[in-house]
Design a protein. Structure first.
Length: 119
């Protein structure tokens, strides 16, 4: 798993229309308001990361580790979170219309009752 800093990640996101970040380690980073739309975050480690306000529309996040992540107000419309670990994640105010959460681990998740995700 590759480790990246916030600054390195911002440079990648600035030039990549569909960022390929599969397997990267972004745990504990401040990723607020960054644009990961249409990106590949498959098996990425985003545990304890601050993703509040992040734009993750249509992102591939299968098997990603989002344990204890702060996703308040994030845009996860159409994101594929199949088999992702979302244990204790904060999804209050996140837009999850058409997000796919099949087999996702969601123990202790904080989520709005009308988030619009698919089980």
């Amino acid at each position: 798993m590759t480790d990246l800093t916030r600054e390195e990640l911002i440079k990648i996101l600035a030039v990549a229309e569909h960022p390929r970040l599969s397997g990267v380690n972004l745990s504990g980073l401040d990723l607020r308001n960054l644009n990961f739309a249409n990106g590949d975050l498959t098996r990425a480690n985003l545990s304890n990361a601050n993703l509040s306000g992040a734009y993750l529309r249509n992102a591939r996040m299968e098997e990603a580790n989002l344990e204890n992540a702060d996703l308040r107000g994030a845009n996860l419309k159409g994101a594929n979170l199949k088999s992702a670990i979302l244990r204790n994640a904060n999804l209050i105010g996140a837009s999850m219309v058409d997000a796919i959460l099949f087999s996702a681990i969601m123990d202790g998740v904080k989520i709005d009752s009308d988030a619009g995700y698919q089980r």
